[in-house]
Design a protein around this ligand. Structure first.
Ligand SMILES: Nc1ncnc2c1ncn2[C@@H]1O[C@H](COP(=O)(O)OP(=O)(O)OP(=O)(O)O)[C@@H](O)[C@H]1O
Length: 254
């Protein structure tokens, strides 16, 4: 494994069995993500994008294959080691936002830090870091709100703050802009791009070519296999990146 590979996936398979019927959702998936990359996963509905994200991030068990994150093979980790890795080194932005209803937005954001012993700090310092992140994402005014007292875009930005609180090496995001209008979507992507520029690796699932055009590479998955990948030339204008990506997606049968 080269020194700058953060995620290495080899022959990954995931099979669900429902009513004794096998559904081979991921079939021998192979790819690598280098440290500092921002990779989009695209493909038709039901092709296995979310399953891929869940499996490589250790949220869901693989059926076969190897997944190495930061040089450690997930299948060899004990449950508590895997939980610690997820808490300390990975950030998650998932569609079902898993925010706690009885906590304020700020308390939700700092929850992963409260659970982790990565940073030895006082609750006051944790709160301060949470507030700094909220300020950075432009949502400090909703610190004390309940999760049902904010807009979709604000909630999504709160999720980004929460995914960042333990300063993870990589963020996994499932349709981070899926429920947002174009303006909020652009704002959320701006924030993810900023985090990526600061060094956080990102892997996100999206149906939106405008979102994917802001990444460095796109993996295209069909029927549980990666059918192709497209490197995005960051030297081009966003418009030209989108145009190039759309042409490629059409070739892939998008
Ligand atoms: N927990 C589960 N149990 C059983 N089958 C599942 C489970 N999760 C996903 N599947 C099946 O796996 C297949 C791939 O689903 P997945 O959600 O990964 O696709 P997707 O590409 O993310 O789709 P979409 O773009 O519609 O979100 C589908 O056939 C789905 O029914």
């Amino acid at each position: 494994m080269s020194s700058n590979t953060i995620l290495e996936v080899k022959d990954l398979c995931k099979t669900y069995i429902i009513n004794k019927r096998q559904n081979n959702v991921l079939r021998n998936v192979n790819f690598k993500v280098s440290e500092g990359e921002m990779v989009a996963v695209m493909g038709p509905s039901g092709s296995g994008k979310s399953t891929l994200l869940y499996t490589v991030s250790g949220m869901d068990k693989m059926t076969a294959g190897d997944v190495k994150f930061c040089g450690r093979e997930l299948s060899k980790l004990r449950e508590n080691e895997l939980s610690k890795m997820r808490l300390d080194d990975m950030g998650f932005i998932f569609q079902q936002m898993y925010m706690m209803k009885n906590l304020s937005i700020l308390d939700n954001i700092i929850l992963p830090a409260v659970k982790s012993d990565k940073k030895k700090e006082s609750r006051r310092d944790t709160l301060k870091r949470g507030q700094e992140l909220m300020r950075k994402l432009g949502i400090i005014e909703i610190s004390d709100n309940d999760i049902n007292e904010v807009s979709g875009g604000q909630l999504q930005r709160a999720c980004i703050c929460r995914s960042m609180i333990n300063e993870p090496r990589m963020i996994f995001a499932d349709e981070p802009t899926g429920a947002l209008n174009r303006t909020s979507s652009d704002e959320v992507m701006d924030e993810l791009e900023k985090l990526n520029k600061e060094g956080t690796s990102i892997m996100l699932v999206t149906h939106d070519a405008k979102v994917a055009a802001k990444c460095s590479r796109v993996l295209y998955i069909v029927d549980g296999n990666i059918n192709g990948e497209y490197n995005i030339d960051k030297g081009l204008s966003l418009r030209d990146r989108e145009r190039g990506l759309n042409n490629w997606l059409m070739e892939m049968g998008w």
